[in-house]
Design a protein around this ligand. Structure first.
Ligand SMILES: Nc1ncnc2c1ncn2[C@@H]1O[C@H](COP(=O)(O)OP(=O)(O)OP(=O)(O)O)[C@@H](O)[C@H]1O
Length: 546
């Protein structure tokens, strides 16, 4: 994994993957721009022939018009092809970059997710990525043909009449200065707008996932008020942005119109002085008008750059966050289940240790109960063993190996975890039980479900194991979800089983059955249970009090 910090230019490296397509598209654009530049020249030649009462290249007037229509048609077809191809490249960048970012986000340590709202991460993968891909493909759509037309038209004008050409060229730095001045105000607004949009997405995503809570406490009005306040903030920012953007366009229009007027004046004066012919005037005016499109394209591009800067800042911050070292740790050991903690200290917030200097030894196959009041750090210990979080001091050993030496994937493969908040995926019960072991047969799934005490309720469902559980398992009860989570953890036959309040949602009968069959359900495993349940304490070989 490349740990060198990635900068804005890294995003441009995505363009290099589409070299051939880009070269082809730029080639199409060059031809299109060439055709656009030929048209005024052709008009001038045509006018010259008409005034001289001669045939243009030996063509009749009707044939000249056919050539003209042909030139316009070629221009239209080339424009269609180049715009389509560029948008296609933009979509490919969008797909590629979002997959790359998603891959990276998945590999980030839990700390990244603890510190951020879900909506803010979703906004990275949707809003920010879309802004960047539009920018990357748009920069070429606008920059290449616009620059070419500007240079080509300026060159043609200078070659027809140097003074006129130079007046137009003098407009370019002036245009740049105006753009820069307006852009100064536009840049922070655009960046703030993108950040605020992400914030609003974060709020709505959180509210929708907490809708039950909002309804329970009749907080709809309050939440709506909060949402409206954010929406108003966004509106005010958008208004400012629109105001500046709206100023940009007439300013540019004004400058371009002044430029065209200057061309008209100069050409008329020169025509009267006999320095220019009518055909030159026609060509010069057409080249003058040709300037309008690239200049407004460049102004639009400038606005896009400001937005892209904000979006890229957040994307790069995420891409520069180091992923979990999943492939580090050379030892792919098969653990037997012995665990040692030596002077382990851990804090979520610097200076506020949740666990301080903790040491204990657990032998393979032991049942250990972590007992203590709420908030003492029982779940935190389970998360340290999973390496979701890392201790600031001390060492954790498994089978005598420092867990940093054990390959992280191999380590997690051998540990089962049933969390306090059970997470199920949208899919069937079958899919959920086989989540960590997709090659499982129906018989294996049923066996795990029986052990977890889930088989009976599953059997009673219309579609049995093929019953969809809904998003996050909403279609199942809390106890049913807990049983499925237990079956899922049992499927991979872990050597260490971590259970966080495993029976908290079980009914009395299920709870008794679980405790009665505890030894056979969790046979050959080291079991660590965080629990307040005194009945479970009776099953323990070791009780660690906090
Ligand atoms: N992601 C987090 N960020 C900051 N503090 C946290 C985080 N998770 C837990 N804590 C804090 O760490 C402490 C220990 O939490 P933990 O969940 O490990 O306790 P617990 O003993 O399992 O509690 P319970 O019996 O209620 O399940 C608590 O004070 C909690 O506020």
């Amino acid at each position: 994994m490349n740990s060198k910090p990635k900068s804005f230019s890294y995003l441009f490296s995505y363009l290099s993957q589409y070299r051939i397509s880009l070269v082809l598209t730029i080639f199409l654009m060059l031809i299109e721009s060439g055709v656009s530049l030929v048209i005024p020249w052709f008009a001038g030649q045509f006018a010259k022939a008409v005034f001289a009462q001669e045939l243009l290249f030996g063509l009749t007037t009707a044939q000249v018009f056919i050539v003209w229509v042909a030139l316009f048609s070629v221009q239209a077809v080339l424009r269609y092809l180049s715009v389509f191809r560029l948008n296609l490249i933009g979509s490919k960048i969008l797909t590629n970059l979002s997959c790359r970012l998603y891959e990276h986000i998945q590999m980030l340590p839990m700390g990244y997710f603890i510190d951020r709202k879900k909506g803010a991460i979703l906004s990275l993968l949707s809003n920010d990525i879309a802004i960047i891909s539009h920018f990357l493909s748009g920069i070429l759509t606008s920059l290449v043909p616009s620059a070419l037309i500007l240079i080509g038209a300026a060159f043609m004008m200078v070659s027809i009449h140097s003074v006129t050409g130079l007046v137009i060229l003098a407009l370019i730095p002036l245009f740049y200065v105006v753009l820069k001045l307006l852009g100064k105000g536009l840049a922070p607004i655009s960046q703030e707008l993108v950040a605020k949009q992400a914030g609003q997405l974060a709020i709505s995503s959180e509210n929708i996932s907490q809708i039950k809570l909002i309804k329970t406490f009749n907080r709809e009005d309050h939440e709506l008020h909060k949402f409206k306040a954010k929406a108003d903030e966004l509106y005010r920012l958008r208004k400012k942005q629109l105001h500046l953007q709206a100023l940009l366009s007439p300013f540019i229009q004004l400058m371009v119109s002044c430029g065209v007027l200057a061309v008209i004046l100069i050409t008329v004066v020169n025509y009267q002085a006999g320095a220019l012919g009518m055909s030159d005037i026609i060509s010069l005016l057409m080249y003058g008008f040709l300037f309008v499109r690239p200049i407004s394209n460049l102004a639009h591009l400038y606005g896009q750059v400001q937005q892209a800067k904000g979006a890229s800042h957040r994307i790069l911050e995420t891409l520069n966050t180091l992923p979990e070292p999943v492939d580090e740790g050379t030892k792919s050991v098969t653990i037997t289940g012995s665990i040692t903690l030596k002077d382990v200290t851990f804090s979520y917030t610097p200076g506020q240790a949740v666990i301080r200097g903790l040491s204990f030894d657990i032998r393979p196959g032991q049942i250990v109960v972590l007992r203590g009041p709420n908030g003492r750090g029982k779940s935190t210990i389970l998360h340290l063993l999973m390496r979701f979080i890392e201790p600031q001091q001390g060492t954790i050993f498994m089978d005598g190996y420092n867990i940093h030496e054990i390959n992280l994937r191999a380590l997690r493969q051998q540990i089962g975890l049933v969390s306090q908040e059970v997470s199920l995926y949208e899919g069937t019960i079958n899919d959920n039980i086989a989540f960590g072991y997709p090659q499982a047969t129906s018989a294996e799934i049923e066996k795990a479900a029986r052990k977890a005490g889930a088989h009976r309720f599953i059997e009673q469902l219309d579609k049995g194991y093929m019953t969809p559980v809904g998003e996050e398992g909403v279609k199942l009860s809390g106890g049913q979800r807990q049983k499925i989570a237990l079956a899922r953890a049992l499927m991979s036959k872990p050597k260490i089983m971590l259970l966080d309040e495993p029976t908290s949602m079980f009914d009395m009968a299920s709870s008794i059955r679980f405790k009665d069959q505890f030894a056979s359900i969790l046979k050959d495993m080291t079991v660590i249970i965080a629990s307040h349940d005194d009945e479970l304490v009776k099953l323990a070989d070791q009780v660690l009090e906090f």
